[in-house]
Design a protein around this ligand. Structure first.
Ligand SMILES: Nc1ncnc2c1ncn2[C@@H]1O[C@H](COP(=O)(O)OP(=O)(O)O)[C@@H](O)[C@H]1O
Ligand SMILES: [Mg+2]
Length: 358
């Protein structure tokens, strides 16, 4: 096991700076997920930890040792890529042991490690097959096994499940989580899939344009997004966002005002000093917009999306579509007027200019 400490890392390709003065501590034994849209620099960051690309500035410590310029093979890491890249002519067993045979690991030790990894990944009965005789999911498990046999301190995963279909992806996701529980090793996992990030991570790092937007436990990042970008990136359907102003009610309470809506937000813990009539955006997760016969506001049901165990109901509220998650049977249908409440304890407020959380 090992920690990874990244200090003021910058990476440039030609004139474009892809990673910008980034600092990050990966705690020993944690499952850290790097999440962000395509092109934000996730793979670049991961490859720099692996030693596959040169950094322009900064330092990378692995297990407390400066590894910024160390050879990839000396970094005590195992890496799994998106494409399996298995050797087609070798059996599963040979594929998994290849790296160990190259660096002269004793035969008995190779056998022990391959059997241990095969057991963890349920590959025992497949050890003598060739990659062409395996399914996509089995091949990716072999690729994971090939990294596991290194018994490295840190495992790096670059979108390892994105080539698999939805069902297999969910299955392997669970296996990876179990694997982490059993191995307790440090894992850094890149994905653009927020469901993978939410389900796997002990902490999520949300990235945009080579910079960290927020680091936190999945629930923190989901419930208390630091800015509008993070708010919009996590959640499906996304957070409902309404632009408006903050004002004072006649009784001196702070209220959010937007069209027909006047919401008492006096319980919201605002830490910054507010300007008079500050322009803000109100964020409400769909599960916190509650359709209720005695709700305070009303709108027209525009679209209903059945999801099996719940419905996503889109309510037209003065021209803005707001989503609500409804479990159980629906007591209304499309074009009907419904009433709803907003769970004020769970709202987010953002400054419209800085896009930061208030
Ligand atoms: N070897 C390279 N040379 C030049 N530009 C690169 C190279 N690798 C990545 N980039 C650019 O760096 C940016 C970040 O890429 P990448 O780290 O692969 O993003 P992500 O993994 O988040 O999708 C992209 O704009 C990409 O085009
Ligand atoms: Mg990538």
């Amino acid at each position: 096991m090992a920690s990874v400490e990244i200090h003021n890392l910058s990476i440039q390709f030609g004139h474009s700076e892809v990673i910008k003065d980034l600092s990050l501590n990966v705690v020993d034994g944690e499952f850290l997920v790097l999440l962000g849209p395509s092109g934000c620099g996730k793979s670049t960051l991961l490859h720099s930890i692996a030693g596959l690309i040169d950094v322009s500035a900064g330092r990378i410590d692995i297990g407390g040792t400066d590894m910024t310029w160390a050879d990839p093979t000396d970094r005590n890491i195992g890496m799994v890529f998106q494409s399996y890249a298995l050797y087609p002519t070798m059996t599963v067993e040979r594929n998994m042991s290849f790296g160990l045979r190259i660096n002269g690991t004793p035969k008995a030790e190779i056998e022990r490690r391959v059997n241990r990894a095969a057991e963890m990944l349920q590959l025992q009965s497949l050890l003598h097959r060739k990659p062409s005789q395996l399914s996509g999911g089995q091949r990716q498990r072999v690729a994971i096994g090939r990294a596991l046999v290194r018994e490295a301190g840190v495992f790096l995963f670059d979108e390892p499940l994105s080539n698999l279909d939805a069902k297999l992806r969910a299955e392997l996701r669970r296996e990876l989580k179990l694997l982490h529980k059993n191995l307790c090793s440090t894992m850094v996992y890149v994905t653009h899939d927020q469901v993978e990030a939410m389900t796997l991570a002990t902490r999520i790092v949300v990235m945009r344009n080579g910079k960290i937007q927020q680091i936190g436990a999945p629930a923190d990042v989901y419930e208390k997004p630091e800015n509008l970008f993070v708010a919009g990136f996590l959640g499906s359907p996304g957070m409902n966002l309404l632009t408006g102003k903050l004002g004072l009610s006649s009784s001196g309470k702070s209220v959010f005002l937007s069209g027909k809506l006047a919401l008492d937000v006096s319980c919201y813990p605002i830490t910054t000093v507010l300007k008079q009539e500050q322009e803000v955006t109100l964020g409400i997760r769909p599960e916190n917009l509650l359709i209720h016969t005695r709700g305070e506001w009303q709108g027209t049901v525009s679209v209903i999306e059945p999801m099996g165990n719940h419905h996503v109901v889109w309510v037209d509220f003065g021209g803005t579509l707001l989503s609500s998650v409804v479990t159980g049977d629906l007591a209304f249908c499309v074009d009907e007027i419904v009433r709803f409440n907003i769970d004020v304890a769970k709202i987010s407020l953002f400054d419209n200019t800085t896009e930061q959380r208030l």
